[in-house]
Design a protein around this ligand. Structure first.
Ligand code: DX5
Ligand code: ZN
Length: 219
């Protein structure tokens, strides 16, 4: 299994100080920063766009803070260049948001980003299998995308198990409702990239939560 990567979701952070939140989470031991991009079409909410991501990146080198951009947007092909220019490290688009899967993957790779593909709880894992050989990561959503603070859906974990059995070296991310209470089942299923928003940011010690999540993956 690949290395654990703990990725606090900035959606639960202080939006008036996003860059400060990035630096704080890196200091607390996070590996990646999960950046939730919502366009009010793929999901109801609107969050941030490439202009803000660029500001978060300003002065913070790509090697110091890895931006895992979760693109909850329709037609993600439209955004590849903007997010590459903004300094995204990983472009994770939704399978359900486009028919141009290979175009997104090839263009994002050509722009030097890693590429992930996310599936919603109701999307069968078999749908993305033809793409896996071209991807750096698969994101198995464990809530309906759109907002933080929802309950973890354990019924999504068989998809993680299915992928881990077939692709031992693939980065498999889980996102939604992940906390010290739910991490063990996700880690046992084979997830190694762990997103947690409210569980990290609302904790009295985010640093301890990050360490707990990591040790569960390593166990
Ligand atoms: C939900 C987002 C998540 C969200 C997770 O659509 O993709 O990244 O921030 O938040 P928690 O960890 O609170 O469920
Ligand atoms: Zn997310």
């Amino acid at each position: 299994m690949p290395e654990p990567k703990i990725a606090p979701s900035l959606l639960a952070g202080d939006f008036s100080n996003l860059q400060k939140e990035v630096v704080r989470m890196v200091d607390y031991g996070s590996d990646w920063l999960h950046v939730d991009i919502m366009d009010s079409q793929f999901v109801p909410q609107l969050t941030i766009g490439p202009v803000v991501v660029k500001c978060m990146r300003n002065g913070v080198p790509k090697e110091k803070a890895f931006f895992d951009c979760h693109m909850m947007v329709m037609n993600p092909e439209r955004w590849v260049d903007d997010f590459a220019d903004a300094g995204a490290n990983l472009f994770c688009f939704h399978y359900e948001a486009t028919e141009k899967h290979m175009e997104v993957i090839e263009r994002a790779h050509a722009r030097g980003m890693r590429v992930g593909c996310a599936i919603k709880p109701k999307t069968p894992v078999e749908a993305i299998e033809p793409l896996v050989a071209h991807l750096d990561m698969v994101l198995v959503m464990t809530v309906e995308p759109g907002k933080g603070g929802q309950s973890f859906m354990p019924e999504c974990l068989p998809k993680v198990e299915y992928l881990r059995q077939r692709y031992p070296e693939l980065d498999i991310e889980v996102d939604g409702g992940v906390s010290p209470k739910t991490i063990d089942s996700a880690a046992n299923a084979g997830a190694n990239v762990i997103v947690a928003g409210t569980a990290v940011f609302l904790a009295s010690s985010p640093k301890d939560v990050i360490a707990t999540l990591r040790s569960s993956v390593l166990r």
